[in-house]
Design a protein. Structure first.
Length: 105
């Protein structure tokens, strides 16, 4: 039997592509039943271990010139938003997020 990571790759692809398990299985020539089994098993393993799903983050670099003239909306809480005329610096965003987290606690 294949490694769990092998099935996790397939399950991640299904989620990323937004296709059905059946369609993906047909296209890839693998068993839909196996995909369902591994989805259930991996979810149960994560719940038993007390692990929350780890979000996948992607670093984005914007050239300085592209930030000029771009509007930015920052949602701090339900009904609370900041409308900015330009994209702020990463350090400013970190500071505002940290301050907002302290207010929530």
């Amino acid at each position: 039997m294949a490694e769990p990571t092998h099935w996790l790759v397939h399950l991640s692809a299904i989620d990323a592509e937004g296709v059905s398990v059946q369609a993906y299985a047909r296209r890839e020539g693998i068993s839909a039943a196996a995909l369902y089994y591994w989805r259930k098993r991996l979810k149960a393993d994560a719940a038993t271990a007390g692990e929350a799903p780890v979000p996948q983050l992607v670093a984005v670099q914007l050239p300085e010139s592209s930030a000029i003239g771009q509007r930015c909306t920052l949602w701090l809480a339900p009904g609370v938003r900041l409308e900015l005329s330009a994209l702020p610096s990463a350090n400013w965003l970190i500071q505002i997020a940290s301050a907002a987290c302290r207010q929530v606690r």
